[in-house]
Write a protein that binds this ligand. Structure first.
Ligand code: DQA
Length: 144
């Protein structure tokens, strides 16, 4: 099982960015733990602050024959038709993750272009949401 994790803009700053909202842990530290928790899963990780690079990462997940995508498109969640189109184009099962509970925040965060292209969305569970997303993808693949 190969899973591509894709993080959008400003998520490279996890650990120092608004720790009251996003916590104190860097994504790299979290990812090391995630790999230990799922030894049978091969994880690919990509982060970019650039919309087109996120689109390319989604397309590349298809070329790399990934079984699933976990995507936190960050602020592009609320604006990017290009990212939504890329997810629709590759037809790889995807799960949307948000570290914060976007529905407890400003109303512009309540709409997601990404969500309709995903199996489901997780919001508000901190980095643990990524672990829940892995479980969801494993469950989905088993049922196929
Ligand atoms: C976020 C929520 C987005 O609204 C915000 O722009 C982010 C992070 C989250 O993980 O909670 O950058 O996707």
């Amino acid at each position: 099982m190969k899973i591509q994790i894709i993080n959008g803009p400003n998520l490279n700053l996890l650990g120092s960015r608004e720790p009251d909202v996003y916590g104190n842990q860097t994504f790299e530290d979290f990812l090391a733990q995630l790999k230990l928790n799922f030894p049978a899963v091969s994880f690919l990780y990509f982060q970019s602050n650039i919309e087109g690079e996120l689109v390319s990462a989604i397309q590349n997940a298809s070329s790399a024959a990934c079984d699933g995508i976990i995507i936190n498109a960050a602020a592009y969640t609320h604006t990017s038709i290009a990212i939504a189109d890329a997810l629709a184009a590759v037809a790889i099962p995807a799960v949307e993750v948000h570290i914060s509970n976007v529905f407890q925040r400003e109303s512009f965060r309540h709409h997601s272009y990404v969500a309709p292209k995903c199996l489901g969305s997780l919001s508000g569970f901190g980095l643990y949401g990524y672990q829940l997303a892995v479980d969801a993808l494993l469950q989905h693949c088993k049922s196929q």
